[in-house]
Write a protein of this length. Structure first.
Length: 440
């Protein structure tokens, strides 16, 4: 991947838009939950839990706001606000915030361990517990603490595009996002702290002159300035990190997808049912899924379809059928464009059926059977669909429809006689079903 992407070009637009009045309202909304907790705490007797409650609410608010703006940045909506539809549903924002929290929890583990060691009264690790010449543990803790400033931005970018919680710790995804792009990451950091610092440097002398004469007025006027700065930081960190991730995924996608789609999509070596893949794809399914998700979120339908052509076979080849099926489900109406072979469709249909998406599974099995009436696996899959309608959904009429389709489409199948017996049983059960009430 090149060391410079499209991110520097987007950077200026995002920084420019952060100076709008929208940043003030963002800061006001962010401060509102914490302010309500403070008011509630002030209305009653003080307790030790008040400070903890305030901290928890504030940190939760920051996680949600930054994650939301990161999704806006991934979508490429430079002017979008907290409620931009480009960011997708709020359920996705909550999932991204949870992923971000998990990364921070992993970062805090060394501090927890160090605190427990000190609390247990263990000897100084710098004496006898580390090799000579090795950095002392307090120094390493301090270094890790300082690194947290950089990681706080990396965490937002990873959490915004990671397709799952497990992908947060995927070396391939981190390599995709950050390889050769440390300079751009520091550009994002500068972009977050530079604008609010500039505003404060311009305005603070005015407050300094006003403070000796009108201290109450100066403090009151400082509140909206503080909210404005907070709104700028939350907006910029989210959007810049999201745009950073989207730019790296776009660059990564431009290289392998155009060349490798033909090699992997239609001819991906997916083994027959029940067998292991004959040849695993070299592509990392988590990175490909992140590319697909970023393009889908940005509204790039064709780009998402192109990424899906690589991500689905890679997921099947690497033993991730659930992720592959989740992508496939979004492109059912473009099955021909996906270029999947019959074994791949069978694996996807099996996973859809396990996930409870019976309609999508039945449609996929039927596509396979239409292409090859002698496909025994597709025939068996539709038998399972009919069984679901008959036994679990208690819908014998739907089961009858599936059995009749099977006998019509593949009358010469070795399983056709078995299907006829099942059809007769389903018809008897359907006959006992009470007739639907007549409409008046």
């Amino acid at each position: 991947m090149a060391s410079r992407t499209a991110f520097p070009r987007v950077f200026g637009e995002l920084v420019h838009d952060s100076f709008s009045i929208t940043s003030f309202f963002t800061g006001l909304l962010a401060a509102l939950p914490t302010g309500l907790v403070l008011l509630f705490a002030a209305s009653g007797p003080r307790s030790k839990g008040d400070a903890v409650a305030v901290l928890v609410v504030w940190m939760g608010t920051v996680l949600v706001f930054v994650s939301r703006f990161a999704q806006v940045g991934v979508a490429g909506d430079t002017e979008g606000g907290l409620f931009s539809s480009a960011a997708g549903p709020w359920s996705g924002t909550m999932a991204a915030a949870a992923r971000l929290l998990l990364l921070w929890a992993a970062w805090a583990v060394p501090f927890v361990v160090w605190g427990l060691l000190k609390g247990a009264g263990t000897p100084d690790p710098a004496i006898g517990l580390v090799p000579i010449g090795f950095p002392r543990l307090p120094f390493l803790i301090s270094l890790w603490s300082g690194l947290g400033v950089v990681l706080s931005f990396a965490f937002v970018a990873v959490a915004a595009v990671a397709p799952s919680f497990g992908a947060l710790f995927s070396p391939a995804l981190w390599r995709t996002l950050f390889a050769g792009r440390i300079g751009e990451l520091f550009l994002a950091i500068a972009g977050v702290f530079g604008p609010p610092l500039t505003v404060l440097l311009v305005v603070l002398p005015v407050y300094g002159a006003l403070m000796p004469r009108q201290p109450k007025l100066a403090l009151t006027a400082f509140v909206p300035l503080l909210l404005y700065a907070v709104g700028m930081v939350l907006t910029l960190q989210g959007k810049l990190c999201g745009a950073f991730a989207a730019a790296s995924l776009a660059e990564e996608a431009d290289e392998p997808l155009d060349v490798e789609v033909a090699a992997h999509a239609g001819t991906a070596s997916v083994a027959p049912a029940g067998a292991a893949p004959a040849e695993a794809s070299t592509a990392d399914p988590e990175s490909l899924q992140a590319i697909w998700q970023a393009r889908l979120t940005a509204g790039d339908v064709e780009g998402a379809l192109e990424a899906a052509r690589m991500a689905i076979p890679a997921g099947l080849a690497k033993g991730s059928p659930k992720a592959a099926a989740a992508i496939y489900r979004q492109h059912l109406d473009r099955l021909d464009a996906l270029g999947l072979d019959r074994p791949a469709l069978s694996l996807l249909a099996d996973q859809l059926l396990r996930d409870g998406d019976v309609a999508a599974a039945a449609w996929t099995f039927s596509q396979t059977l239409d292409a090859e009436p002698g496909d025994a696996k597709a025939f068996k899959g539709l038998l399972r669909v009919a069984e679901h309608h008959l036994e679990k959904a208690k819908a014998p009429l739907e089961a009858v429809r599936v059995y009749r389709y099977l006998l019509e489409r593949a009358p010469g199948s070795p399983l056709a006689e078995h299907a006829r017996d099942l059809l007769a049983d389903a018809e008897r059960k359907a006959a006992r079903e009470p007739a639907p009430p007549a409409r008046s």
